[in-house]
Design a protein around this ligand. Structure first.
Ligand code: PHE
Ligand code: FE
Length: 291
């Protein structure tokens, strides 16, 4: 996770790279319980919805020994599988700090867990979103390479002034990505798998568009941070996603400079359409705001 608008350095107690001690032994019983409730709830929903890569990663990490997992333990397995580690941070970190961690195969995860009265919605990513949502995919060798490449690409996009375009790639893949499989569409995005409501909405609701992944098209599409997505992009496989990002983005960024954004709910003639969404949910949400 990352965010813009940081003017000063790391908060007191954090290292220069913004990492902190997870301080695993100081989580309370109540905090461990929140993890257990969320874990049970999501895993019950995700069979038949999450991608095999995600479910396999979840199994490999054994994130259900009771309570919030200890990063030291997760890291032994993760390190062995793909060379990634999870590091604790206080919350959102500046973009350049985030990219630097990814480029070195370190995933920064929020140390705190949401309070029990906010099980379904919170603004900042907590340890459940970051660890349950993101870390299982990092056990997959292809996805592991993709995330590292993204970190390097982030540093470059910042220099070229195209971070807003690259951020859309992260959003529509790492956070809200869907995958086409023989058994049907499956979720691999962390923002979906860690959300009770969106893990149903993203696959089953007739409202959002579900469109085939196309790198340049996707980078022209804005996204919502405040509600369910209006469009999801479907990759054929993680390998296709990785391969599409191995090319040099500089010429793409140059074209994007002149190209217009695609409206969030638009379907283009060149799109491969999995679902032509009714957009009913987005429209009714708008009505609620106006009322
Ligand atoms: N290939 C991209 C570039 O040239 C880097 C990148 C890789 C970006 C993977 C995102 C994901 O900038
Ligand atoms: Fe996230």
């Amino acid at each position: 996770m990352s965010a813009d608008g940081f003017s000063s350095g790391p908060p007191p107690g954090a290292a220069a790279d913004w990492t902190i001690d997870q301080a695993w032994s100081s989580y309370t019983e109540g905090e461990h319980k929140v993890w257990d409730v969320l874990y049970e709830r999501q895993t019950a929903l995700l069979t038949g919805r999450a991608s095999d890569e995600f479910l396999k990663g979840l199994d490999a990490l054994d994130l259900h020994r009771g309570g919030i997992p200890d990063f030291a333990r997760i890291n032994e397995e993760l390190q062995r599988l793909t060379g990634w580690t999870v590091v604790a941070v206080p919350g959102l970190v500046p973009d350049e700090v985030f990219f630097e961690h990814l480029a070195n195969r370190r995933f920064p995860a929020g140390q705190f867990i949401r309070p029990p009265e906010q099980l379904d919605y919170l603004q900042e990513p907590d340890i459940f979103h970051d660890v349950f949502g993101h870390v299982p995919m990092l056990t997959d060798p292809v996805f592991a390479d993709y995330m590292q490449a993204y970190g390097r690409g982030g540093e470059r996009a910042m220099q070229l002034g195209r971070l807003h375009n690259l951020a859309r790639l992260y959003w529509y893949t790492v956070e809200f990505g869907l995958m086409e499989t023989k058994a049907g569409l499956r979720i691999y995005g962390a923002g979906i798998v860690s959300s009770r409501a969106e893990s149903v909405f993203a696959l089953d609701d007739p409202s959002p568009n579900r469109l085939g992944f196309n790198l340049e098209r996707l980078m022209r599409t804005p996204y919502r941070i405040d509600d369910f997505q209006q469009v999801y992009f479907v990759i054929p496989s993680l390998q296709v996603l990785l391969d599409a990002t191995l090319q040099d983005f500089a010429p793409i960024y140059e074209r994007l400079e002149k190209a217009q954004d695609v409206p969030i709910d638009a379907i283009l003639p060149s799109d491969r359409v999995f679902t032509r969404g009714s957009q009913a949910y987005a429209k009714s949400a708008l009505e609620r705001v106006k009322a």
